[in-house]
Design a protein around this ligand. Sequence first.
Ligand code: PRX
Length: 650
Amino acid sequence: MSEELFPVPAKWAQDALLDAAGYAAKYQKSIEDPEGFWREEAQRIDWMEPFSTVKNTSYAKDDFRIRWFEGGKLNISANALDRHLADKSDTVAILWEPDDPAAPSRSLTYRDLHTEVCKLANALKAQGVAKGDRVTIYLPMVPEAAIAMLACARIGAVHSVVFAGFSPDALAGRIEDCQSRIVLTADEGLRGGKKVPLKANVDAALDKVAVDRVIVLAHTGTDVPMKAGRDIGWAEAVVDQPAICEPEVMDAEDPLFILYTSGSTGKPKGVLHTTGGYAVWTSMTHQYVFDYQPKSDGSNPVYWCAADVGWVTGHSYVVYAPLINGATQVMFEGVPNYPDHSRFWQVIDKYQVDIFYAAPTALRALMREGDEWVTRTSRKSLRLLGSVGEPINPEAWDWYHRVVGERRCPIVDTWWQTETGGAMITPLPGATDLKPGSASKPMFGVRPALVDPEKGTLIDGAASGALVIADSWPGQMRTVYGDHQRFFDTYFSQYPGYYFTGDGCRRDEDGYYWITGRIDDVINVSGHRMGTAEVESALVEHPLVAEAAVVGMPHEIKGQGIYAYVTTNAGTEDSEDLRKELVQWVRKEIGPIATPDVIQFAPGLPKTRSGKIMRRILRKIAENDTGNLGDTSTLADPSVVDDLLANRPQ
Ligand code: PRX
């Protein structure tokens, strides 16, 4: 790992909201006096009624509670919209760039967004949606996705956004788990020139689980079948609705949204976030991490987070935080390599983007295509770059810094999770000297710690271990929807008194944190979380599959790829055709992001005598690190390992 140090550029230290001393003082205050610190930070939000308690949290098993800003009343959509109407109503909130660069772009001011959100909120009410009801959103990257989320928040409905790349089965499972009675979707999505049949996917999902209403946005304008009595067009639903909708008065701890994410075991979990703490946390982190403040001429910097709203990064740093902070942002429907590998940089030039936030996987894919695609664009507007979703390898960091940012833009490598709501370990551009590959220092109020995974004891100083967080922060998830016990068991039972992140981490002598990746059975494919158990259960649903074991493997572009060992039923021919069929099968069951990179047919899997699969061995074979497989003597049948080694696909 590179230990090169990139000091804060002098101009940044001078102009940023916080310099190194400012960060240190604020961090110290946040740890020494959390109550005082958060009472002050909470003032960034407009409260309808003030909170009475700042922090009421405990990770203890018999006294487990996570509550912030109790008694406070607010509406997050009013914070994202209404309060900007006085002085920012004509400020552009969203600059929407379509998949096809030749298609018309759209620009929505805060006033426009307010009107659209109110109309849809009224339409949802007219469809019978009430406070506390769950609403499933399955939309492409169009402004209506943000409008839908904010409309739910406005009336106190709990949105559950399902990434538009997920399959009908995955969508059905998520609708069922949170029992939503209504789905918002579009006729089709567009990505890289290809159409995504969203309405058809919804129809297929609704063969398995019923809902009362589907609202369908005409996006590509293609004809889609509409089921009488169930489906209604978006335009028709909103056309007669008033452009004013009073925001519902929400308690700080009322649920805001559910977002499903993969864990080590079982089905994806419905991560539930609440209103007040999330609003404070996301807007504060967005302001400091991206140094979001007016430019010297008083105008808004143009911010672009290239994440999809289907993931937490899109929730926090496309929809909620930038809008709460009154930002101007680009929202992009497309992909980095369409129509060519210059697209990101062309969009940056088109909108004069100041701040750009993307995932390492996209950078690695573009880096491979050569510098020409980048250097033919100007990028003079860029001042700050961000990275999220997976460890950024020093090569990609260097390329991002040197080629994309021409050495003038700091890179904020933000470590966080669906569960954490916002950035937890991250540099601040005016405050933190950068080390490529390190997420660096904790955000205010975050107390990271390392524990020895075997002994469960805390480790001090420069060391490696399991990353845990010692105290609560306002943006922390509050429960797993419908399964509070699973929430406690997953995150708070391994190391009592700590939130366990699932990540491994090294802390160096300067107190910098280096995330080394998941240490549980979660793999990170192109910055997307995938549970190995999910892919395994999709595989064993195939009628010819008896057993499957899935592990991660290193992948040049995706970070990690999916390596599946499959045992077929007796008498099955393990053919190339079956291999292809299984790949398609998983894509259909979960979605293209779960496409296995390697399928190895295995007559037997390495198991202990008690029947437990020894994943350590499977991981080593997948990583092609077969020199030392460790002790195999405890295996019920050590010869299966020889077979696996002999038949490893090249
Ligand atoms: O392993 C860490 C990795 O992504 C996981 C969280 O995934 P998800 O909930 O989908 O949220 C992704 C977007 C916030 C983490 O447990 N991860 C995320 N950011 C980084 C990272 N690993 C290293 N460096 C990062 N900056």
